[in-house]
Design a protein around this ligand. Sequence first.
Ligand code: ATR
Length: 268
Amino acid sequence: MTDRYAVVGNPVAHSLSPTIHAEFARVTGEDLTYGTLEAPIDGFARAADRFLASGRGLNVTVPFKLDAWRWVDRHDDYAAAAGAVNTIVPTEDGWLGCNTDGVGLVADLTEHLRWQVAGARTLILGAGGAVQGVVGALSEAGAEDVAIANRTVAKAQALADRFGVRACSLDEVGGGWDLIVNGTSAGLAGTGGLIAGDAVAGGRCYDMFYTRDGATPFCTWAKAQGARAVADGLGMLVEQAAQAFYLWRGVRPDTASVLALIRGGGPS
Ligand code: ATR
């Protein structure tokens, strides 16, 4: 029987994950279907129970990553550290909650963009769910002098303490960063410049959010400030999906062709 997977979220109708996984399945020859599952805001557990009675795995997106963390039987190291689950995998010991966001970000940075993370002085903007999932993987990949800057400094401090890195406010980030990662949702509202332009000049800037053409407000702003390079988070989306696919199927799909396909067209 064909194995069933889905991404659960609210809203979830516009998720690119079904397109990405359908393409992974096509290129690897894996027999599976992958759909969307919209759960009521207070109904994650019921939706997961129902789907996983016959389904073989779920991806989890906003706003359910913490609900998923509570729902699973066990956590992998990344999910345990992040306090958030984006991939649910069946094992002999029950449902394993994984977090592939950090691995996805590092894979996009190092393998696709060929940006050096090891030894890179790294500034992370934001302290919400998006950032929570990636701090551990960035540190593990060798990022140095890691600082988390956030509008609400107390949130940055709490996260920084958990991962043994520094925290600061958005107006005291300083300069000389090699890598600046935006994980605030401010860019979605069209605000590009959250910090002084000097902070990004000469550095490589990565926006965890994405647009079809890659020109997010943060990327556009950073480029204008003299960033050495900019990239949006579409590659991370594809790489975190590839890691989930690998956890489920034991097969690593090629990501470059899927990224090109999504950049080129298809559903938004
Ligand atoms: P998510 O889980 O998607 O990361 P979140 O937990 O609401 O969403 O976090 C959003 C992040 O964007 C936070 O770091 C938030 O800063 P606060 O913690 O101070 O709220 C940041 N953010 C959102 N809008 C912002 C803005 N206009 N300026 C600066 N930071 C903003």
